[in-house]
Design a protein around this ligand. Structure first.
Ligand code: ZN
Length: 262
């Protein structure tokens, strides 16, 4: 089926160019953790092996900012977006040193009102420390992209308009003040996104937003990402890469079927 689909000519988007979702990996925490009810944690050993696999296959891990800039310049190359949700303190300890070793970059999406606190929103625990204000400032200063994951890690679909705008717009303002520069990326808490949320993100001046699944909303303000967990060794990563390419085509066909252009 993959071979058949890949030979179809896809309809043109209104911009005159096909929307092709880049390959983006979604991580949360990188740590040694026995208790992981939400499957958010990858061990440092596994993470190092995953980065080694990417590098050995010619992939270069980059922040979303760099990935989208390369794509806009018509030079997407063999780049894969590396994203880390929630802004866990282990990003500085276990992620940054490994990525530096390969010359990779990444994006950390932090919860603006929770810096220096913990992930109290994950009711089953375990509690994990979040990056502090000072750490976020330091990371941004050494070229790691800091994006917004909202003010309080609240799911956005269905919330009143004033809450939606506060979560999206106020978190951007707060983070821009903190890092002393533009914050252009937004990440939907829980990956939960609807059309009002995408509009609020665009209106708040972000350049892009990341979601999780492929949906008819997929596009600049709901970029799909690929979950990577602690069980993902080389062959599972390869399979995920293959599925991403196929899903991109299926999303395109579904969008064309519904006559949605963006
Ligand atoms: Zn989150």
């Amino acid at each position: 089926m993959a071979a058949e689909l890949s030979h179809l000519r896809l309809p043109q988007q209104s911009a005159g160019r096909r929307y092709g979702a880049p390959w983006v990996l979604m991580y949360h925490s990188v740590a040694d953790e026995e208790d992981d009810p939400y499957l958010l944690t990858v061990s440092p050993q596994r993470f190092a092996a995953q980065m080694r696999w990417l590098a050995s296959r010619g992939w270069r891990g980059v922040s979303m900012r760099d990935l989208l800039a390369a794509q806009a310049a018509g030079q997407p190359g063999r780049l894969v977006g590396l994203t880390f949700d929630d802004g866990y303190a282990d990003f500085a300890r276990h992620v940054v040193p490994v990525l530096r070793g390969y010359g990779f970059t990444a994006t950390a999406y932090v919860v603006a009102d929770r810096l220096g606190g913990d992930n109290g929103w994950d009711v089953k625990g375990p509690r994990k420390q979040l990056l502090t204000v000072e750490q976020v400032r330091e990371l941004a200063g050494s070229d790691w992209e800091i994006g917004s994951h909202g003010l309080s890690h609240r799911a956005l679909p269905g919330v009143p308009a004033h809450v939606l705008h506060a979560e999206v717009r106020d978190s951007r303002r707060a983070l821009e003040e903190l890092v002393g520069g533009p914050v252009t990326g937004f990440c939907y808490p829980y990956g939960a996104v609807d059309e009002p949320a995408t509009r609020a993100v665009a209106a708040a001046g972000y350049d892009y937003a990341v979601a999780i699944g492929h949906s008819v909303l997929a596009g600049r303000f709901a970029l799909p990402r690929c979950y990577v967990g602690d069980r993902d060794g080389a062959w599972r990563l390869r399979a995920k890469r293959g599925r991403h390419g196929l899903r991109d085509v299926v999303t395109e066909l579904r969008r064309a079927g519904k006559g949605i252009e963006r």
